[in-house]
Ligand binder design. Structure first.
Ligand code: NAI
Ligand code: 15L
Length: 265
């Protein structure tokens, strides 16, 4: 049965605009939130609630009456620490604190492959691999995963942390042939993450059924995530691009160019 009211943060973003449509069947009311402008509510099934995640009181008000949360809001690329701190680190803390106070029991957290970005592409990781964040952004997602773990152990709030690879309409480069997650597979994974019972804190890698993958989801098998798409249909288009120079981080590290972002001063 669908949730009565499902909150989607980051609703103005690239994924949020897609999920605004595809999550609709999973809730009677979809509450959409972002700091950036959003299209007005299209039907009685939508609520549009602007909110800055770095504002604790505003986040508390945002979660009033909510049954489950897909937390996709925040800075989504490498940026100076101070920007990441407010939106991602304080932001995810505010979401969990408000969930605790409102009695909300299920969160899906948009984590990222950048929590393990400093592994080389030759390595295969499962959810127990030691984290190797590739920047302040990856560190903020690592903190979010730890917060999810703590709020389950301490308060029984369940989370699925999805280490999303690269979720775009198509893989944009050779690296994304491995990391690509189609919108259809993302939506299926969110459905599994919202409705599978007893997930505790589960970490799952968000990738489609691509030919060459770096991640092994056996520790999240209970979710029943079965991706349908593959980057393979885009191979000739992607490989028509010039190959990266040997030594370019984009061809060495799982996190690609993020490992070489910054410093910012
Ligand atoms: P995006 O940057 O397009 O969307 C993020 C949204 O968060 C934006 O609309 C932005 O306005 C909002 N936001 C930023 N700071 C905020 C604040 N202080 N308060 C409220 N809202 C704020 O990113 P995208 O691609 O849609 O990603 C969505 C989520 O998924 C992000 O958390 C990102 O880190 C994560 N993710 C996405 C991946 C992808 O391939 N698209 C890969 C891995 C993780
Ligand atoms: C991410 O975490 C970013 O949010 C997204 O914009 C992509 O860069 C993706 O990772 C990626 O690694 O391709």
């Amino acid at each position: 049965t669908p949730f009565n009211r499902l909150l989607l943060t980051g609703a103005a973003g690239g994924l949020g605009k897609v999920l605004r449509e595809t999550l609709a069947p999973y809730a009677k009311i979809l509450r959409l939130s972002d700091i950036a402008p959003m299209a007005p509510a299209a039907s009685p099934h939508e609520e549009v609630v602007p909110c800055d995640l770095s504002d604790k009181n505003a986040v508390h008000a945002l979660l009033e009456g909510v049954d489950a949360i897909c937390h996709f809001g925040g800075v989504s690329v490498e940026r100076p620490f101070e920007e990441i701190l407010g939106a991602n680190i304080c932001g995810v803390f505010h979401v969990y604190e408000a969930a605790r106070r409102h009695g909300i029991k299920r969160i899906v957290f948009a984590s990222s492959n950048h929590v393990i970005g400093f592994y080389e592409q030759s390595e295969t990781l499962d959810a127990n691999a030691r984290r190797r964040p590739d920047g302040y952004y990856g560190l903020s997602k690592s903190y979010g995963e730890d917060l999810a773990s703590f709020y389950f152990d301490r308060y029984g709030i369940e989370t699925v942390s999805i280490r999303i690879g690269s979720s775009f309409p198509e893989p944009q480069n050779r690296r994304m042939m491995s990391t690509w997650l189609s919108y259809r597979d993302l939506t299926h994974l969110l459905e599994r993450a919202l409705f599978t019972p007893d997930v505790g804190h589960t970490v799952v890698y968000g990738m489609s059924a691509n030919r060459d993958v770096w991640w092994d989801n056996h520790l999240a098998a209970h979710l029943g995530f079965e991706p349908q798409d593959s980057s393979e249909i885009f191979r000739s288009k992607v490989e028509a691009q010039p190959a990266p120079e040997p030594g370019d981080p984009v061809a060495i590290y799982q996190g690609g160019a993020f490992v070489a972002a910054g410093p910012f001063d």
